[in-house]
Design a protein. Sequence first.
Length: 327
Amino acid sequence: MTATVSAGARLHVGFQNLSLARRRLYGGLGVGLEEPRVTVSAERASTIDGDDPLVRKYAACAADVLGVPGVAITLEERLPRHVGLGSGTQLALSVLAATAHAYDLEPRVREHAPAMGRGGRSGVGVATFEDGGFVVDAGHPTNRFTTEPPTEGDWTVPPVVARHELPDDWRFLVVVPDADPGRSGDDEDASMRAVVERADPAVADEIAGVVTRKLLPAVAAGRLEAFGEAIAEIGRKNGAWYADAQGGVFRPPAGTIVEALESYPVPTGVGQSSWGPVVYGVTDRAHADEAEAAARDALSDTGHEGQVLLSEPASSGARVWIDGQRR
């Protein structure tokens, strides 16, 4: 039996709080995308077999978590790594789910995500893998984190406090400049620790107002311009926390691309996803070509090469096929 799992990328708008002075830490905001995607196929095996070192690492972890002897994993589509599209989480969970389905087991993705090393800060990637949509998570109790995260895997994925499907005529612009990858692993941990130790709690209070009075009402009503204004504001307020760690409100070269793209009438809601360098914006189907052209011009204006994508928001989670039949 062959089990195939395909998951879309996610954009991470930012966190609700990075200050230890507030009761809950992090609290991610983001959206699942239909494209680009990661796709893996799994078959039962007596050992761990895969065509990529990271795939083999996640496959070994999945086999251990699920209590199966082994799995053969084929990576059919991959997401760019460490650019702000959630590649690690989507790959890890896809391998977990494909392994489980190959053995006719329930993946129990949210339960097993910590053992796969995912969901330690933001729960957005797990939530979009499950159901797609625009997601706000509850964050983690601050007293469990202090300046250090819990021991690896010793956490639960933060619950979803709000999830909305976005209008199907909305389009997310994704600009992937040819630049150094964003931070990950120990480097990301060290940077986050430094940010949390210095974070101004007043910024969290400002973001809370934007989320409750601007962002969530805009999402619920399907108001694109208001949604874009809100996510852009949240992104900049997050950038104020990260400025020392990443060299500005947006990390280079994302900052110059954001500035250039904001000079065009479309798209709206321009910002940086996670540690970048991905820059995103939002528009609608009628203005998609104009937004794509603006992104290409913004890359050219700032002297950068890169890839420009347009994606629908994901209205559902990862897709599963068993022996070619859609589940």
